[in-house]
Design a protein around this ligand. Structure first.
Ligand code: FAD
Length: 410
């Protein structure tokens, strides 16, 4: 056995890793627990990185998941600034980049993902940023005063949130999206069109259906060359095109993997004594019709953490949580319940013109998801419809005079 050993070693100190430690203690686990994380900070919330932290309205201390003292008080060791490079499932130990070997009784792999990078010419010029860690955002803000023209590549949540947060500084923000609408991967057209109009109204230039051919500049980026040949001048580029799950050491150790490491309903990987949770874990999700998917959300990170902790203490419960998500842009709060992928009909409930409405997604007549924009009641009441897979006539769903909670009963 290695000299250094923890009964539970959690690799990754993000939302999932932090919650796993909290849940173990809540489950009265008395063994030794350590969180080993590549970042030098105690666990912090990632969502504000593209919202309040980027906009400069929340300090880092205010986005810590727990106060710094919490971990020592709960007997959770924080091993920060350490990256696991090898997992040995037979010896039950990990090796870090710094050459430290640490043994474990149970390993929880909670490593999230790395931002997907562009691969075109110029992708590694200075002035090109991603938004995944505090260090990413601090680097970006460190250059902020010297830049005037920002190009954001990718019209998913992170690109849109970053555009919203940065648009208030009076600089030029242009968002380039390869699909013909923003949020194409995660939402229906009414929602995309609404957000496009909002961003334009706040001065963001949107270029849709536009591919990037390369980034130009000598040392530092000066422009984004589009597939059309046109050049967008840029002093800073922010790339938000998704993540690649950080699972290499587990895959090398023999874990079954696809798009992420495969886990069962209790978040167990195919390797003994190793669970995986959060953004890096691919699981069969009830709300995706059983499809094996990865979810990138705080809800999934937290709920899978609890599932793994319970399994370790012998009070196993299968993971079956209803997916939910939120996104803040300008004064708009989007709340999503369920998973809309694969919908075959979308019902608009309310009027986007008054900036409070919902989109209800159906598959074969069943409610599978709701996107609620400044419509908290629909979000709260819609949960039961999604959970039940309720079959409700579209004209009733569209009728705002009928609260959603009444529809389940009718
Ligand atoms: P992470 O939080 O990414 O944590 C993984 C940690 O593991 C990282 O600190 C990483 O450095 C570390 N690590 C990786 N590899 C190793 C290794 N080999 N050794 C040691 N450590 C390692 N979700 C929402 O629900 N709502 C939102 O509004 C929202 N906004 C977001 C905004 C941004 C900018 C980002 C980036 C994400 C957002 N998300 C949001 C998604 C949410 O933050 C993630 O789903 C969540 O952080 C996943 O938690 P995790 O613990 O799986 O991964």
């Amino acid at each position: 056995m290695s000299a250094e050993h923890y009964d539970v070693l959690i690799v990754g100190g993000g939302h999932a890793g932090a919650q796993a430690a909290v849940a173990l203690r809540q489950e009265k686990f008395t063994g030794s627990v350590a969180i080993l994380g590549a970042e030098p900070h105690p666990p912090y919330e990632r969502p504000p990185l593209s919202k309040e932290y980027l906009a400069g309205v929340k300090s880092f201390e205010r986005i810590l998941i727990r106060p710094e003292t919490f971990w020592a008080e709960r007997g959770v060791s924080l091993l920060l600034g350490e990256t696991v490079v090898t997992v040995d499932p037979v010896a039950k130990s990990v090796l870090t980049e710094a050459g430290r070997t640490i043994g474990y009784g149970e390993l929880i792999w909670a490593t999230g993902g790395e931002p997907r990078r562009l691969t075109c010419a110029g992708h590694d010029l200075a002035g090109i940023h991603t938004v995944r860690t505090r260090a990413d955002v601090d680097r970006l803000l460190g250059e902020w005063d010297a830049v005037e023209r920002i190009v954001v590549i990718g019209g998913g949540y992170i690109g849109l949130e970053a555009s919203a947060a940065l648009s208030k500084f009076g600089k030029s923000v242009t968002l380039v999206e390869a699909q013909d609408r923003v949020l194409a991967r995660v939402a229906g057209e009414p929602l995309s069109r609404f957000y496009e109009a909002e961003h334009r109204a706040h001065g963001v230039t949107l270029m849709l259906g536009v591919g990037v051919s390369c980034l130009e500049g000598v040392d530092r980026v000066t422009g984004v060359r589009l597939d059309s040949g046109a050049l967008l001048p840029a002093d800073m580029v922010i790339v938000g095109i998704g993540i690649v799950p950080a699972v290499e050491p587990l895959v090398q150790a023999g874990a079954e993997a696809g798009n992420g490491v495969i886990v069962d309903a209790r978040c167990r990987t195919s390797l003994p004594h190793i669970h995986a949770i959060g953004d890096c874990a691919a699981h069969s999700n009830h709300y995706a019709d059983g499809a094996v998917i990865r979810l990138e959300s705080v809800q999934n990170a937290n709920d899978q953490a609890v599932t793994a902790a319970r399994d370790i203490v012998g009070r196993s419960v299968d993971y079956d949580a209803v997916p939910w998500f939120w996104s803040n842009q300008y004064d708009l709060k989007l709340q999503t319940i369920g998973l809309s992928a694969g919908f075959d009909a979308a019902v608009l409930r309310g009027d986007p013109a008054v900036r409070s409405f919902s989109v209800v997604y159906l598959r074969q007549g069943r409610v599978i998801a709701i996107d609620a924009v400044n419509a908290v009641k629909d979000y709260v009441q819609g949960r039961a419809l999604v959970q039940a897979g309720a079959v409700i006539p579209p004209e009733l769903l569209a009728d705002t005079a009928r609260p959603l909670k009444e529809l389940l009963l009718s």
